[in-house]
Write a protein that binds this ligand. Structure first.
Ligand code: NAD
Length: 287
């Protein structure tokens, strides 16, 4: 199994997280192919990268030339078959086991047999995704945090059949991309999301019990707890579709342990289509 170099082609599949990861890989001088099943989504992701980096240019933290060079390394792809040259594919699509399994199975037919297939899943078992693949040894979890260009941590998650060399190569790649990498086994929610579940769940319970309002809870964690964001601000950033799916996945994986019971409050937001920042409304309103 070859190690990655800047000549390695990196393919990213997905939306919000996908664009962020594409930016990280392009910053590390890789040629990046960006694909999303929704028409125009890859182009929109690249536009967002350009807008975000534009702010750095205005603050003189990056030159316009550097911005243009970085963005030019990301190529939007409209047909998944064009990912055949990829040495690493990182998937960041909807948080559903069957959909991810189908995508990876399709990628096995498209990509060369040494290509590493990585999932940015927040909670789904890498072992379970791999169970439907021809080469589960080449499947790994590469879990970035939101926003991917800013957040340092990358969890490198091995399923039962993941090759150790694959895990080591991905770990090294994450370090070369300026991240803080940690090896983890494919347990429900892995490390950070498992530990964070009670943070969201208890905040939602405190709110439901009427102890105080969301702004007070958020301010308390931000101003006094040393957190960058309070729990409601963070759930709005993650997206209630994603956060709710992760909670359900961890709840099911632990045989419906009541500690991980999904909140009806969050389900209500999801049903209303108030997904957080990405839809303009969640616990808060966004312009
Ligand atoms: P998102 O809804 O912004 O993006 C998902 C994208 O996947 C959409 O653009 C959709 O068009 C595309 N898609 C769906 N099915 C597809 C398919 N079969 N083939 C190609 N594209 C497809 O979601 P997101 O917030 O970026 O989350 C994506 C993944 O990243 C999830 O697995 C989630 O658990 C994980 N993740 C999310 C966060 C977060 O804070 N949002 C953080 C870490 C990890």
């Amino acid at each position: 199994m070859n190690k990655f170099t800047t000549d390695s082609v990196i393919a990213i599949i997905g939306g919000t997280m996908g664009a962020g990861i594409a930016q990280v890989a392009a910053k590390a001088n890789h040629q990046v192919l960006l694909f999303d099943v929704a028409k125009g989504a890859a182009e929109k992701g690249i536009d967002n990268i350009r807008k975000g980096l534009g702010k750095l240019v205005l603050r003189s933290r990056m030159t316009q030339l550097e911005l243009d060079a970085l963005v030019s390394r990301i190529v939007p792809i409209s047909d998944i078959k064009q990912l055949s040259s990829a040495d690493l594919v990182i998937e960041a699509i909807v948080e559903k086991l069957e959909v991810k399994q189908m995508l990876f199975r399709q990628l096995e037919d498209i990509c060369h047999e040494n290509a590493i297939l990585a999932s940015n899943t927040s909670s789904i078992s890498i072992t379970a995704i791999g169970a439907k693949l021809l080469r589960p040894q080449n499947l790994i979890g590469m879990h970035f945090f939101n926003p991917a260009p800013i957040m340092k941590l990358v969890e490198v998650i091995s399923g039962l059949d993941t090759d150790k060399q694959v895990a080591d190569n991905i770990f090294e790649l994450a370090i070369n991309w300026g991240k803080l990498a940690v090896h983890a086994k494919s347990t429900p929610g892995f490390i950070a999301n498992r530990v964070a579940r009670p943070f969201y769940a208890e905040s939602l319970r405190v709110l439901q019990e009427g102890a105080t309002d969301i702004a007070t809870i958020d301010a308390l964690f931000r101003e006094c707890g040393g957190f960058k964001m309070g729990p409601f601000e963070l759930m709005d950033l993650i997206g209630h579709d994603v956060n709710y799916a992760v909670t359900c996945s961890v709840f099911e994986a632990f045989y419906q342990d009541q500690r991980f019971l999904p909140s009806l409050l969050q389900k209500e937001l999801l049903d209303a289509g108030h997904l957080g920042r990405k839809s303009g409304r969640g616990f808060y309103q966004y312009p």
